[in-house]
Ligand binder design. Structure first.
Ligand SMILES: [Zn+2]
Length: 89
């Protein structure tokens, strides 16, 4: 019972290009992200600071277990953040 049979032809236009594509200065940088704590495994939402630059690394404590993460943030051209949290050890 294929519940989503592939339908050729519905893939012809690119859905990623729908949003506004002007670079007139107000890029929408992502300001929140979910990361998984490397210690306790909980998913925690953190707040990002786009003013910190395209690549950031800082230490932040887990809200659940209070242990320190090293947080890595990388913004791509569209303002989407790639965020990961590692142990500080
Ligand atoms: Zn934790």
């Amino acid at each position: 019972m294929g519940r989503d049979d592939r339908d050729d032809g519905s893939f012809d236009d690119e859905p990623d290009d729908v949003k506004l594509d002007d670079d007139s200065g107000d890029s929408l940088f992502q300001t929140e992200a979910d990361v998984t704590c490397p210690y306790c495994g909980e998913s925690v939402q953190i707040t990002l600071d786009p003013d910190g630059g395209e690549e950031q690394e800082y230490v932040q404590d887990c809200e659940v277990c209070c242990r320190p993460w090293t947080v890595h943030v990388t913004y791509d051209d569209e303002g989407a953040a790639d965020v990961s949290a590692d142990t500080t050890e």
